[in-house]
Design a protein around this ligand. Structure first.
Ligand code: PMP
Length: 442
């Protein structure tokens, strides 16, 4: 292969070049097909080559590709914001469009800070987030996230954030402890931390409703987020939910937090919003938050060049047509149940699969050395990387990750196939994953 001038993430080996995509499959230049079992990183919720979306992009390009939001708004941005607000839970009433998930989280953090400042609570700057969370790779989002491996090299650049335990029943719930008692313990830790740092210093609580990259599709136990909502309300703390990965229908409801029966003050979405057809993310906030700034400085002190990009907004509008209008969303729960059933049949007793979990078409398998003790696989094996490579060789794209949880190394495989997945494709996915496990000696 000739030398590549692209700065690839891994310098070990450049990946093959993708040549086209169709439905649930991507094809490389040799013509090899890959079943996109994770939509890249939970992005491609419609699969590839959706004609309605590509046509909407073309139509917008024929009108105008770009106009800076310092001068103009655009019909696709206005229409998309109207639709998202109509569909969003709670009082989320304003939408700020960005180009991806990290940008959405940065906007959320800065809006939260500016809101408190303009309300006369300048002392509020502390973020409470959770260990084993991922909120993005820009410095604010990275500081907020709790993934040790991602943070470590950049530690001197990161602001101080309080990290509490994630809600991760498989490892966190103790022997003989009820789900309710486990929830109580997690809530007590959050309340203790708020007391320790001083409630009047806390700006926001930040969490993913269903943890994606760092844990592998881990939802919380019932009542957990409702209780955090109460704590936030009691102390004037903003609740920021990061649905960059789990939002936009991935878990079976358009917004994941609907299933936790809570509405945040700020909600971030990205990946499934543009479904990979354009880079786009969004931060939704309550009318009250917008009002405080409108009545105060009148200016959100933030912004990027491509905020509200018309082509990206047109693409996301067309994605919503498909997900909501054509009710692909209605397929997520039933197809999720089919895929989960197949995973349980195949791997439910597998000696190295400790847990199968998730919601909708957002599923995770935790890989362990020993099912009974939940002992992790030796981290030196980098089993997640091995599984990823072996699955890719089999023609399957899945999203395995490693990571530490309270000092213990975890490894999981995250699955997030397109909502158009058929039963045959679900079976193909499970077959290929099983072959990948065998290939790496699991
Ligand atoms: N938050 C979550 C929950 C994510 O999963 C991700 C991406 N994996 C991000 C934020 C960052 O999004 P992006 O990569 O688009 O910047």
């Amino acid at each position: 292969m000739p030398m590549s001038h692209v700065f690839h993430r891994s310098s070990v080996k450049a990946p093959p070049a993708v040549s086209r995509g169709e439905g649930a499959y991507l094809y490389d230049q040799s013509g090899k097909a890959y079943l996109d079992g994770s939509g890249g990183a939970a992005v491609s919720c419609l699969g590839h080559g959706d004609a309605h979306v590509t046509e909407a992009i073309r139509a917008q390009l024929d009108q105008v590709a770009f106009a800076h939001t310092g001068f103009f708004t655009s019909p696709p941005a206005e229409a998309l914001a109207d639709r998202l607000v109509a569909l969003a839970p709670g009082d989320l009433n304003r939408v700020y469009f960005v180009s991806g998930g990290s940008e959405a989280m940065e906007a959320a953090l800065k809006l939260a800070r500016q809101y408190h400042l303009e309300r006369g609570e300048a002392g509020r700057s502390r973020i409470i987030a959770r260990r084993q969370s991922y909120h993005g790779n820009t410095l604010g989002a990275l500081a907020t996230g709790g993934n040790a491996w991602r943070r470590e090299p950049f530690a001197p650049l990161l602001m101080e954030v309080s990290h509490v335990a994630p809600c991760y029943a498989y490892r966190g719930q103790q022997e003989g402890e009820s789900e309710a008692a486990y929830c109580d313990r997690l809530i007590a830790e959050i309340e203790d931390e708020i007391e320790r740092v001083g409630p009047e210093s806390v700006m926001a609580f930040v969490a993913e409703p269903v943890v994606g990259a760092t844990l592998g599709a881990v939802p919380s136990v019932p009542g957990y987020f409702k209780r955090i909502r109460e704590i936030c309300d009691r102390h004037g703390i903003l609740m920021i939910l990061d649905e960059v990965m789990c939002g936009m229908g991935r878990t079976g409801t358009l917004f994941a937090c609907e299933q936790d029966v809570v509405a945040p003050d700020i909600l971030c979405v990205a990946k499934g919003l543009g479904a990979g057809y354009q880079p786009i993310g969004a931060m939704l906030c309550t009318e009250i938050m917008h009002e405080v700034i409108a009545q105060g400085s009148g200016f959100f002190q933030h912004g990027h060049t491509y905020v509200g990009h018309p082509v990206a907004c047109a693409a996301a509008g067309a994605v919503l047509d498909r997900v909501v209008g054509d009710d692909l969303l209605g397929r997520v729960h039933p197809m999720g149940a089919v895929l989960r059933g197949m995973l349980e049949d195949r791997f439910g007793q597998h000696p190295h699969v400790g847990d199968i979990r998730g919601r909708g078409l957002f599923l995770g398998l935790e890989l362990v050395q020993d099912r009974a003790t939940k002992a992790p696989i030796d981290p030196a094996r980098k089993i997640h990387a091995q599984v990823k490579a072996a699955a890719f060789a089999e023609g399957l794209i899945c999203y395995p990750n490693g990571g530490t949880i309270d000092g213990k190394q975890g490894a999981h495989v995250l699955l997030a196939p397109p909502f158009i997945l058929t039963e045959d494709q679900a079976a193909e996915l499970v077959d290929k994953l099983a072959r990948a496990f065998v290939a790496v000696g699991l």
